[in-house]
Design a protein around this ligand. Structure first.
Ligand code: GDP
Ligand code: IMO
Ligand code: MG
Length: 402
């Protein structure tokens, strides 16, 4: 069995918690995209984890996590996560593998991310400043460092010096602390594997691919330019692995409302008191940057678009419990542009210009309420997809199979 869990919105749908819950049925959890911009919070009850790079497998089981070459790896962040797990009593050093073709996020990437954002002024994307865009750009510029380069220290040193020179000349960025990179590399050296070596193992195992960000942040299919640097749609699995992989289930996760961190259009966004109420009830603060997340109502045209382009086979809804703080619940059902109705945002440039028609649902006290059942039935009918699980709280066990 091969499945993907991925986000159907602008990230933070609760993928980490869902992946952890489902991971018990799989031998591997594989990250195929993104980097430490991801923040997947998993509440276990007596402890809590925030995964940035370590795949969201249940740390109490013996599932293995593989970080494939589609991921850009900040070695310091990875080491910190592994150390935190050790402190909590989980030695996962034999349960994490990283592709030797994965590119490394260097301090210069984070410095350039910051510099670009500053220079863009009011056109800034609102990135996480984790160096994601510059690391992927250097991969394409063919100057990036891959883990395989570190097998020969002299070779890695030459490449680090080269990139440092380029950054100095092109961007006036000064950085020469190569020793720190080698120090971090030494700590994860034993995790590094060849993607060829692991291919057969993955083919013969039950694998759960863990998406990062969400379809609307995909570099091509998202709300460009307010997106991340790579493929976070389901299409990212194969480039992320470097070889074909047949997938049985594409499980899309969505929140019963909508959030977004950073800049960009958000047609169903709420402001003022209602936004604050939702933010507070849903604890909507970025897991990576701590920024308050922008909050709004569920956007059906956007959800339908995400379902279509991801070829989502089933859905999991999260955080409907949070909506019990609202008396009335709205869902954006249609966009209009210059008085004309449009069903799907075929041109994402239009997103900032559309007006939204909403329908209203009566609020619910808890998830057994008939009003909530009506909400679920409506969403299944509109999307043509079954909601197979409903997450009912932050804890990894708070989930109901439908
Ligand atoms: P991810 O990036 O998609 O993994 O999502 P985040 O971890 O960034 O954000 C989701 C937040 O909501 C986390 O703090 C989760 O612990 C929490 N969460 C997940 N599912 C639920 C749910 O069904 N109800 C509530 N109240 N919280 C949830
Ligand atoms: P998870 O996996 C929500 C957003 C940033 C910014 C844009 C580009 O936790 O769902 P980047 O640093 O990637 O260049 O920033 O993408 N972003 C996320 N928003 N959840 C995430 O990940 C995100 N990763 C990046 O806020 O708007
Ligand atoms: Mg997150």
């Amino acid at each position: 069995m091969k499945s993907i869990v991925f986000g159907l919105q602008w990230g933070d749908e609760g993928k980490g918690k869902v992946t952890t819950y489902l991971s018990r049925k799989y031998d591997y959890v594989v990250r195929y995209s993104g980097g430490s911009n991801a923040g997947h919070t998993v509440e276990y009850g007596d402890f809590k984890l925030v995964h940035h790079l370590v795949p969201s497998f249940d740390v109490r089981t013996d599932t293995i996590g593989y970080i494939s070459n589609g991921v850009v790896v900040d070695l310091e962040v990875l080491n910190k996560e592994v150390e935190e797990l050790k402190r909590l009593g989980f030695d996962v050093s034999k349960r994490i593998k990283v592709s030797n073709l994965a590119h490394v996020v260097l301090p210069v990437h984070k410095m350039l991310d910051e510099k670009f954002e500053m220079a863009k002024g009011d056109k800034a994307v609102g990135t996480t400043k984790r160096g994601i865009g510059p690391a992927y750009a250097d991969k394409v510029h063919r100057i990036g460092l891959r883990l395989v380069d570190f097998e020969d220290k002299q070779n890695a040193l030459e490449k680090l010096k080269f990139i440092s020179e380029l950054y100095k000349n092109l961007y006036s960025i000064d950085w020469t602390d190569y020793d720190k990179v080698f120090e971090e590399y030494e700590k994860i050296r034993s995790f590094v594997v060849s993607p060829i070596e692991i291919r057969k193992e993955l083919q013969n195992s039950n694998v759960l691919f863990e998406g990062t960000q969400g379809v609307m942040l995909d570099i091509d299919m998202g709300s460009y330019p307010y997106v991340t640097g790579t493929y976070c749609n389901t299409t990212g699995v194969e480039p992320g692995l470097g070889y074909p992989m047949n997938i049985d289930k594409r499980i899309g996760v969505f929140k019963a409302y909508l959030t977004r961190v950073g800049e960009g259009p958000f047609p169903t966004e709420l402001f003022g008191e209602d936004a604050e109420k939702l933010r507070k009830a849903g604890k909507e603060y970025g897991a990576t940057t701590g920024r308050p997340r922008r909050c709004g109502w569920l956007d059906l045209p956007l959800l339908k678009y995400a379902i279509e382009i991801s070829d989502c086979t089933e859905m999991i809804m999260t955080k409907a419990d949070v909506l019990s703080c609202m008396d009335k619940i709205l869902v954006g059902v249609r966009y209009t542009l210059c008085g004309k109705k449009i069903e799907l945002p075929t041109n994402l440039e239009m997103l900032s210009k559309v007006e939204v028609e909403f329908i209203e649902f009566e609020g619910w006290k808890d998830l057994n309420d008939v009003n909530f059942k009506k909400f679920v039935e409506f969403l299944e009918k509109e999307t043509g997809r079954k909601i197979t699980y409903i997450s009912t709280g932050a804890n990894v066990e708070d989930i109901v199979k439908m």
